[in-house]
Design a protein around this ligand. Structure first.
Ligand code: ADP
Ligand code: MG
Length: 295
């Protein structure tokens, strides 16, 4: 046992693989696979996400208090605020990861409060989390393809008997398309864990795009990125916006937000303290107070 723990901390299978003439086969992208159906995107400027008086309490702590906000198609909205303001909690209420104590969330005009996150994702809302969640030993292509799994119809049994090859080819082709869309083409077959942090974040966006969303929720996608990586991310988000995508982004970095977004919502202690155009919010004394502790 001690030798195994010392020599092959990943278990015995990698050892066996090295001894046997089994090659790990790369997933192949079949350019002729039938494209997946796309959803009809909402018209530019239509309100697609609306939170009405959302409140979430954890015992005695009110993480979100009476929060209301709107996101329109083809618009980037930023949710900003100091650490612990309740931004991630708000994202969880919007995306069905958590259920509000009171209040309502409407997505494309339909109430989605209390629906599961899978159901909401199927309606066209896709999100990333504050911390990168990847399968580091699998390729970029495979990681991104996971985001398309809801668009497949075959179940576990047909997968076990490999009766789902046509469908797999369609999902992989969709993944390859989204990887190209975000500009990670040259890393298609690289291990996801070998990418730089900035590229991993972009990979996560590609995975989110695989569910064919009309709204992306991104929780601090620029955190920990270098300047060049931030610029690449901002370019990508602008490109998605020009294609009609709506984006709601949680962000810490004021400079990053101000040059990118159309509308800003500022939170502190679980409440909305200001909202409006980036320039107006930036000079709002209430916001400066929250960020800098007064001027
Ligand atoms: P932000 O993302 O703005 O930094 P969060 O939404 O993560 O802030 O957290 C807001 C507050 O809610 C914090 O005080 C946090 O400790 C609390 N909180 C978040 N999730 C939970 C939970 N599941 N249970 C209890 N408290 C929570
Ligand atoms: Mg957070």
């Amino acid at each position: 046992m001690i030798i195994v723990l010392h020599r092959t901390s990943d278990g015995l299978w990698p050892l066996v693989l090295r001894l046997l003439p089994i090659r790990e086969r790369r997933k192949h992208v079949d350019q002729n696979a039938e494209a997946l159906p796309r959803r009809v995107q909402p018209p530019h400027g239509e309100v697609i996400l609306e939170a009405k008086n959302v409140t979430r309490r954890f015992g005695g702590l009110t993480a979100n208090n009476n929060m209301s906000l709107q996101v329109k198609a083809g618009e980037i909205v930023a949710l900003i605020g100091p650490n612990g303001a309740g931004k991630s909690t708000m994202f969880n209420q919007l995306s069905g990861v958590d259920t509000p104590t009171s209040g309502a969330v409407l997505f494309r005009g339909k109430p989605v409060t209390g629906l599961s996150s899978r159901t909401i994702a199927a309606l066209g809302m896709s999100r990333t989390f504050q911390h990168v969640k990847l399968l580091p030993r699998m390729s970029v292509l495979e990681n991104v393809a996971i985001g398309a799994h809801r668009r497949g119809v075959k179940g576990v049994l047909s997968a076990a008997w490999r009766l789902d090859r046509k469908e797999e080819a369609r999902l992989l082709r969709e993944a390859a398309l989204q990887i190209e869309r975000v500009g990670l083409n040259e890393h298609l077959h690289a291990e996801a864990g070998s990418l730089a942090l900035g590229q991993q974040r972009i990979l996560e966006i590609a995975r989110a795009l695989c569910s064919d969303p009309c709204l992306l929720l991104l929780d601090e996608p620029a955190a920990g990125l270098r300047l060049k990586e931030k610029q690449a991310l901002a370019e990508l988000l602008k490109r998605l916006r020009s294609e009609g995508m709506a984006v709601l982004i949680v962000e810490h970095d004021m400079d990053f937000v101000m040059n990118l977004v159309d509308h800003v919502v500022v939170m502190e202690f679980g409440e909305k303290i200001a909202e409006g155009l980036p320039e107006a919010v930036q000079n709002d004394p209430v916001v400066l107070e929250a960020y800098l502790g007064g001027v």
